[in-house]
Design a protein around this ligand. Structure first.
Ligand SMILES: *Cc1c(COP(=O)(O)O)cnc(C)c1O
Length: 352
């Protein structure tokens, strides 16, 4: 696919130093990374090098003006131990959507997927063998012009590194609905995976954590009425026997897990509604005893059950996680596809 990749292998692999039964999320990095540069209007110099610090000018524009985007996906092993990737083409597409919004160059499939496959070939042994574990993959791109002035950078760097990971959240989540800060607003950058979106959410999240919550649920930026998403997860509510997820109209990051859950629900004959849902509606359903489940979806967290939702001091206590048959059914179906236990009818899985 991408044939001219220069490979420089590490001389000191730290594979044997990893405590494989106890991997903290996002803190263990595999041996190599893939790098390519956008210079003079084209992607060039694809290379695989040891994972290590990269020298850079203090004036690179990503640091000052925030032209920086990222993706997140995972590699798994099937029951025979063969590695597979889940929907990497969807990540490639979304990365280019983010790039367009920040006036950054698109990256070709050749570089994105070609670089990724070449990197995984080098570091295949880093894809964990243990059930429930996977290799988290972080492609990202940032502006590298050495220039203090606001204009789109002319040069960019694209990097992919990987982290073996266990599960992201261990316990069901206690979330707070943000009633003072917002994450995104119409016509802004909410739909794009741009670094600045997450920086803006950190102060509100810090306050919520000080109050003992795990995550924030964001409301729409205009009326602060409709539920949007939570952390790096899209949200689903089970009201009666129907799943409801907020419609994505530019302020919500369209998760690939969300899309997969929507498609699987249809296959499993589970009722799903993609529409606006106000926080009042969630409360009404709760008061009528009809709010049976709420969960977040995302690559890092997969399907993360929510235990309590607090809004303006009122706390909704959801049913025990063990009894949530619908989301567990979807979770099982999704995991079975991602780990190659069942045939993939949707063309989601790519084998290395
Ligand atoms: C990445 C992300 C998600 C989830 O997307 P997936 O493709 O399912 O991992 C949801 N919301 C936000 C804000 C995100 O950054």
């Amino acid at each position: 696919m991408l044939s001219n990749i220069k490979v420089t292998r590490t001389t000191k692999s730290h594979f044997d130093q990893v405590d494989w039964d106890n991997i903290p999320f996002g803190k263990v990095f595999s041996d190599h990374m893939f790098i390519a540069d956008f210079i003079d209007g084209k992607w060039t110099y694809p290379r695989i090098v040891p994972y290590e610090p990269i020298p850079m000018s203090p004036a690179i524009s990503a640091l000052h003006y925030g032209q920086s985007i990222f993706e997140g996906l995972k590699a798994y092993r099937d029951p025979q131990g063969k590695p597979l990737l889940f929907r990497p083409e969807a990540n490639h597409k979304r990365m280019n959507k983010s790039a367009e919004r920040l006036c950054m160059p698109a990256i070709s499939k050749e570089f994105f997927l070609g670089g990724l496959l070449a990197l995984l070939k080098e570091d295949e042994k880093w894809i964990p063998k243990k059930a429930g574990y996977s290799l988290y993959i972080r492609p990202f791109m940032f502006a590298i012009d050495e220039y203090v002035g606001i204009r789109p950078s002319e040069s960019y760097r694209f990097i992919i590194f990987t982290c073996p990971v266990g599960s992201y959240y261990n316990a069901p989540l206690n979330v707070k609905v943000s009633d003072n800060y917002v994450r995104a607003f119409p016509r802004g950058t909410g739909y794009a995976k741009v670094a600045g979106n997450y920086a803006a959410g950190m102060l509100p999240l810090k306050f919520a954590r000080q109050e003992g919550f795990d995550q924030l649920v964001w409301l729409d930026g205009k009326e602060m009425k409709y539920v949007e998403e939570s952390g790096t997860m899209n949200l689903f509510f089970q009201i009666g026997d129907s799943l409801v997820t907020p419609v994505a109209e530019g302020t919500i990051l369209e998760g690939i897990t969300r899309d997969s859950v929507l498609k699987l629900s249809k296959e499993l004959n589970i009722k799903v509604e993609v529409r606006k849902i106000s926080i009042e509606e969630v409360f009404e359903a709760y008061n009528k005893g009809k709010l049976l489940d709420a969960f977040g979806t995302g690559t890092a967290a997969t399907i993360a059950p929510i235990q309590t939702i607090t809004y303006k001091g009122f706390r909704m206590e959801l049913p025990p996680v063990e009894g949530r048959a619908i989301s567990q059914k979807i979770h099982k179906a999704l995991d079975a596809i991602r780990t190659g236990e069942v045939a993939d009818e949707n063309g989601w899985v790519i084998r290395l």
